[in-house]
Design a binder for this molecule. Structure first.
Ligand SMILES: Cc1cc2nc3c(=O)[nH]c(=O)nc-3n(C[C@H](O)[C@H](O)[C@H](O)COP(=O)(O)OP(=O)(O)OC[C@H]3O[C@@H](n4cnc5c(N)ncnc54)[C@H](O)[C@@H]3O)c2cc1C
Length: 407
């Protein structure tokens, strides 16, 4: 059994939340170990958005020049095309600050960037192929993580603080007996890649027509595309056949028609995202804090999951780095992280649920009217309003900034 190790902060999950927190704590001089179950970051169809607030944060950490050197796609507007023509839903050029845009960068490049920055500090360690299977406890207190390596050998990692940053199906959260409140969703998203050709109209565009919602996001070298379906709708689509699905996409965006047969050869080219919204009522218990999707799974609406995960990490590092370094960590510090991050999280989820039930679910049930939604008409009539959705998406309700210990 179990070779055991000790650290100050043990983090389960090397996603955006876990690696950002690990990197920030390492900068603050805190001994940190991140455990990641995969042996690489090469997973497609994860959120790839880098929000304006993330550019700002990385700049504040003095890493902006290196970061902007990574190949990325810059997006200045989110457009929605209805049968009446194009409408701008969010105009990022109206954002305050130095970053009037969002960008798309493969998540593995972003995570590798965070890993490289963190590994410049000797007090940081990322262990890959380390699947967390549970927590260790002493009475009510969580005292560390159990994990198994690639050979199936079990280990324990004892820590002053354990972080659950292992995503929407968090093993840490389950092992600690923390159950999220589930708000449910009546839709799913199908994601796929399509090839991009010279002369394609670029940008990030939603197409609303004939009771359907199709989104395409311009990426370096390809289109990232998504179509919303009602829960269970994927099986029906499959039963009707891939030809019908390709015809449906071609009718929505004719310029893609000629490449669909090559791009979507089998249903394996289509990935299903089970849309969920949930949230822990209490994000911590003694010795343990959950952040990112492990504390609150976001709907893909507005594309803000990564932003919230990163903001959680910055808030947690600001509040916890000092006490972890000085050995004065108390429950009250964990409660302060939740107190700071719960309001923007809950408010964002409320907005997502409103947009989902009011606008999107009727569309995916095939009840979408072919007339343009009133909100799009208003935004067209009063363009300065297009800055509001842009701000909610690209900056969020409570952007976080690194404090002096992290800089
Ligand atoms: C298909 C899809 C598209 C999305 N698109 C967007 C988008 O465009 N914009 C946006 O902002 N958000 C998007 N999101 C949401 C976004 O990806 C998440 O909100 C964000 O990644 C949450 O970050 P996280 O670090 O909390 O969790 P995750 O990114 O889920 O990272 C968790 C990490 O923990 C690891 N892990 C899991 N279990 C264990 C275990 N037992 N032991 C060790 N490691 C473990 C995982 O391998 C992973 O690396 C999308 C999500 C999906 C699924």
């Amino acid at each position: 059994m179990a070779p055991s190790h000790t650290t100050t902060c043990a983090i389960a999950g090397a996603g955006p939340a876990g690696l950002m927190l690990g990197m920030l704590l390492a900068r603050a001089g805190v001994d940190t170990v991140v455990l990641e179950k995969h042996d690489d970051f090469l997973r497609d169809f994860r959120g790839d958005t880098v929000h304006a607030s993330t550019h700002q944060l990385i700049d504040e950490l003095g890493l902006g020049d290196t970061f902007r050197g990574l190949a990325h796609q810059r997006i200045e507007r989110l457009q929605v095309v209805t049968d009446d023509g194009p409408h701008t839903l969010a105009d990022f050029t109206r954002l305050p600050g130095r970053f009037p845009y969002i960008t798309f960068l493969p998540q593995w490049d972003f995570l590798t960037f965070l890993q490289d920055e963190a590994e410049r500090f000797p007090n940081f360690r990322l262990v890959k192929n380390a699947e967390v299977t549970g927590v260790t406890t002493a009475g009510e207190r969580v005292t560390g993580l159990r994990y198994k390596d690639a050979d199936g050998v079990e280990h324990t990692l004892a820590a002053d603080l354990t972080i659950g940053a292992d995503g929407r199906r968090s093993a840490v959260r389950d092992a600690a007996g923390m159950r999220p409140r589930v708000f449910g969703s009546k839709m799913d998203i199908l994601w796929f890649r399509l090839s991009k050709e010279d002369g394609d109209p670029g940008g990030m565009v939603g197409r609303l027509s004939d009771g359907q919602l199709f989104v395409r996001i311009e990426r370096v070298g390809h289109w990232q595309a998504a179509i919303a379906v009602r829960k269970g709708g994927y099986e029906e689509l499959r039963a009707r056949g891939l030809d019908r699905f390709r015809d449906q996409l071609a009718a929505l965006t004719p310029f893609l028609a000629g490449r669909l047969a090559d791009d979507l050869r089998t249903w394996d080219d289509v990935k299903v995202l089970d849309v969920q919204i949930d949230r822990l009522t209490r994000w911590w218990r003694p010795g343990l804090l959950c952040i990112g999707d492990a504390a609150h799974t976001m709907s893909p609406i507005m594309g803000v999951g990564i932003n919230l995960a990163l903001q959680d990490a910055v808030a947690a590092a600001n509040i916890l780095a000092g006490p972890l370094r000085d050995g004065t960590l108390a429950d009250e510090h964990l409660a302060r992280v939740q107190k700071r991050r719960m309001p923007p999280t809950a408010a964002t989820q409320r907005i997502q649920r409103f947009l989902q039930t009011r606008f999107l679910e009727p569309w995916v049930r095939g009840e979408g009217k072919s007339t343009t939604p009133v909100v799009l008409r208003l935004l067209k009539r009063f363009p300065p309003l297009q800055g509001g959705p842009a701000r909610a998406m690209a900056i969020g309700l409570r952007p976080e900034h690194p404090g002096p210990l992290l800089r």
